[in-house]
Design a protein around this ligand. Sequence first.
Ligand code: THU
Length: 128
Amino acid sequence: MDYKELYRIADKAKENAYVPYSHFQVGAALLTEGGAVYTGVNVENASYGATICAERTAFVKAISEGERNFHAIAIASSGGEALPCGICRQFMYEFCPQIDVITGKDENSLRTQPLSALLPEGFRLETE
Ligand code: THU
């Protein structure tokens, strides 16, 4: 699947965002190494800190289904180019520091960057 198509899936997914507070819809489409796609949206909460971003929603869905290897994530929003927040960068870094992150205000102005460029020297716990 090409990245433009992945972005289109993210853009469509954002319609399901639950955003009564910010009215800022975000959709994510996460492509696994095996070619599966998991979508995610931001889900807000009256206790604002309980909000989850679209990127983490997509990852949690995929990880819950047993996925561990990720190739790319596209992010679309209702308000122009949206780059992943710091928490999402660290969350994704756990699984795939080199994942391609695709962003842009529309499908004709996409940028692709490895997560390692967005989060240099991210934290990993060495367990062995
Ligand atoms: N948000 C995301 O879902 N992903 C991002 O990359 C940036 C921010 C959400 C969180 C909140 O629901 C809304 O956008 C405004 O911050």
